[in-house]
Design a protein around this ligand. Sequence first.
Ligand SMILES: *Cc1c(COP(=O)(O)O)cnc(C)c1O
Length: 233
Amino acid sequence: MAVAAELASAVDIAANLARVRAEIAAAARAAGRAPETVTLVAVSKTQPAEAARGALAAGQRVFGENRVQEAEAKYPALKAECPDLQLHLIGSLQSNKARAAVALFDVIETVDRPKLARKLAAEMAALNRWPRLFIEVNAGGEAQKGGVLPAEADALVALCREELKLPLDGLMCIPPLDQEPSPHFALLAKIARRNGLAKLSMGMSADYPVAVALGATHVRVGTAIFGPRRAPL
Ligand SMILES: *Cc1c(COP(=O)(O)O)cnc(C)c1O
């Protein structure tokens, strides 16, 4: 594969960001929402730090990574260069990486089981660092996929908020790849509403305008900004 030919340049990244931001704003306005109510999370997984720098130069401040180790390789330097950079963990988290995740990320979007919630609570207290949290919901009920099942979501919300006193902001989902995403986005919004949670992380490159129409406060967009993904680092 001619990797070099596919590297998105800083110019491409700035143009792609402008287009994605404009589409988010249009979708928000069409839904009667202010564009500022939607946060764009630029997903830089598999991309070199240079790509994230291109986005930073274009004013982007919120980034997402799906693996702790890859983020540890790229983001401490970027955070030092840009102290208001906000980093979201959007990939599943093993309990043995909870401490490293708490140390690096500003938002962890993939809390999906009681054991992990308890581990995060312990590590946050130990490090005295309090990333904001989202619970990932397996909206499509897929086997082999991360996320708490919809029927178990309310109990996990209650555990996080009431027993563990965690800083829980909202819910996140990744709908099944082969299905229309809208019903899954609507289900996520419904679970959030009945639990009094204000934030919804949903929508990726293929479907973020639909997600905004259904209430997304965070969209996670990778390839539409950075171009095709590389082999995992
Ligand atoms: C990779 C990834 C994204 C971004 O996907 P694109 O289709 O490239 O926009 C969003 N969310 C999660 C959880 C991801 O792993």
